[in-house]
Write a protein that binds this ligand. Structure first.
Ligand SMILES: [Zn+2]
Length: 267
């Protein structure tokens, strides 16, 4: 989400998750997904999350997750939370004997502040990004928003791998695939993971902010292109059906809490 008012409210209201016990890890033999609680925030009126007025007066607590995906050939951070969750993210990595310098790839579903908020920590990684989202993140308008821009501006000098086609197969083995799903922002993306035991998982960024948005196909008031968003809903539903995927709506608490509690991983 993007409105600055909400950012201020979140900064004031964040209830950070507690750190868990240490669990050092060697590089994995298969794919692993770690879900990190990078903050929770209460939304007293969710009206901004539906442009049809359906959420007027609805109260909800949203989760801001960060994800670490460990693959035998390298690690990927997917969505980096808000700047206030920097230490949580660093502590989580430390529990796995990792630092940002160990992470090969950084990618975010989109460049809103609650997804790219600590991406600057990973400026030494390869930034995997949709060209339109990169342009948005480094637009004049984005630069003027100095507080949020500072959290990821270091990526401008990072090694970059552009998501040129509709999909990008990160490791070339179809286990970690980024899909273009534009609409919420110009270059919004989702992540498909093929786990050995758990099957296919889709991390769907901000396609749907509230649980019921998916079935009702609701589009938030702050949205780049409504028609593209609806097309991305269709494409994602088709992908989910084809792969029998577990769909994770990233801000939805029950989806987050159904994942293994960090430092446990889904495998
Ligand atoms: Zn968001």
């Amino acid at each position: 989400m993007t409105p600055r008012l909400l950012a201020a409210a979140m900064a004031a209201a964040l209830l950070f998750g507690a750190g868990a016990a240490s669990a050092a890890k060697a590089p994995p033999k298969g794919l692993e997904l770690y879900a990190i609680d990078c903050g929770k925030f209460p939304v007293p009126d969710a009206d901004m999350f539906a442009d049809d007025g359906a959420y007027k007066g609805v109260q909800r607590t949203l989760i801001v997750p960060c994800y670490l995906i460990r693959h035998p050939k390298g690690d990927l951070i997917w969505d980096t939370g808000i700047p206030q969750s920097k230490q949580i993210l660093l502590d989580a990595l430390k529990q796995l004997d990792l630092t940002p310098a160990d992470i090969e790839f950084v990618s975010v579903s989109h460049s809103h502040f609650d997804h790219i908020g600590n991406a600057g920590l990973f400026a030494g990684s390869t930034w995997v990004v949709d060209p339109d989202e990169k342009a948005t993140a480094f637009s004049e308008a984005a630069r003027k928003n100095a507080g949020q821009f500072a959290a990821y501006s270091a990526l401008e000098a990072s090694k970059t791998r552009l998501i040129e086609g509709p999909t990008l197969d990160l490791f070339g083995d179809k286990t970690v695939v980024i899909h273009q799903t534009p609409g919420h922002t110009p270059g919004h993306t989702i992540l498909e993971l093929k786990l050995q035991g758990a099957g296919v998982v889709l991390l769907t960024g901000d396609l749907w902010h509230l649980a019921e948005s998916r079935e009702a196909k609701r589009v938030p008031r702050f949205n780049f292109n409504r028609a593209e968003t609806l097309k991305s809903y269709e494409a994602t539903e088709a992908l989910a059906a084809k792969t029998k995927a577990r769909v994770v709506r990233e801000h939805v608490m029950e989806d987050f809490e159904a994942l293994p509690k960090f430092p446990a991983a889904l495998k």
